[in-house]
Design a protein around this ligand. Sequence first.
Ligand code: AMP
Ligand code: ZN
Length: 432
Amino acid sequence: MYWEKEIETLDRSGLEALQLERLKITLNQVKHSIYYDRVFKDLNINADGVKTLADVEHLPMTTKDDLRDHWPYGFLAVSKDELIRMHSSSGTTGRATVIFHTANDIEQWTNIVARSMYMTGMRKNDVFQNMMTYGLFTGGLGFHYGAEKIGALTIPAGAGNSKRQIQLMQDFETTTIHVIPSYALHLMSVFEEVAVDPRKDTKLCRAFIGAEPHSEKMRKKLEDFYGFKAFNSYGLSEMCGPGVAFECPSQNGLHIWEDNFLVEIIDPETLKPLPDGEEGELVLTTLVRDGMPILRYRTKDLTRIIPGPCECGRTHRRIERIKGRTDDMMILKGVNIFPIQIERKLMGVPGVGNNFLIILERAEFTDLMVIKVEVQREYFMGDLRQLETLRRRIVEELKSDILITPKVDLVEPDSLPKSEGKAKRVIDNRKD
Ligand code: AMP
Ligand code: ZN
């Protein structure tokens, strides 16, 4: 039942000793990057000064902005010819943050993905259909390599093309899928359309769902319809991608692989560490990465450590499903979008007024982004075709940047609510 019994069930003191040893190696490795070399010098940090895990508190935190500001190679801790792969976070076609991997980094990542999948019961006789986007996004190749490592027949279906997905499931007797929960929800309507009952007409028994927040109610809805067990998969490109934390058969929190990551939960205001059980921001340090090690990365994801042991016998602590974010990042259909991206695009279109509002809706089977945009008054006078031309242009501009197609409503100046102080740009009406 374990992929690596010894490491998965290592007692706390053994795990912490391993973490400390790996943290020390990591600290000596990060010094090779231009970024940390400078930060260590500026803050007078001595890598050899770290004697216990608690000393991590004195190390600098790292944010997405730091990664962006030192794009593309500022965080590289090896020479470029050691690298074999690049990935980036989902979203924006603009300058996304990029992560580089050496052969060893890919091997480590593949191993924790395999470990995660194996933990849920997946074996070499399973047929795995990966319904995630392949490419820069980590959900495609990350899972692909993990599944092959287990030895399962892997179908790199990629995202979309729903009827074909269903056909593949039937033709090749897929048992396990990896899918974004909102897409799994959407696919339910396609199953109904083609009159295929996943419970009777497919061999599906397991799904990995992740890349975006979802509730317990959503999981139940999917499990009821498909007849599979759905396991929550959490990860982020900055740490590797999927495989960072994963649900075990108890489906009660996600084991975070502490031999690969040092875990902290901090108060996002004071940045002080919080004890197990209290909700705060998840902060992670890579422990086995050579190419681009990252210290104390502020994920901006809100969760808490679930205190106490798990009945599955694994000792790596569990985090609760992600509650939300400390920043304004939205995740729609698995794509990360910041309101500032929308603002930048809108402000570049002549005719657009001063205010806009983003409303996220969940129709029965799909997520929708509605953007209400104030435009100059003259567009509402005379020939209304101009208004439609402007609307189409805005949709095209946005689509090229945020990768999803929003519904754009143009409204008259001063018709949207004005907020005092910091503008409230997003209303999220998505319920389960
Ligand atoms: P990316 O860098 O594109 O891999 O996006 C990573 C972000 O996606 C995380 O920081 C989370 O905000 C979100 N995310 C990934 N997996 C999950 C999950 N299982 N539940 C909730 N949010 C998730
Ligand atoms: Zn467990």
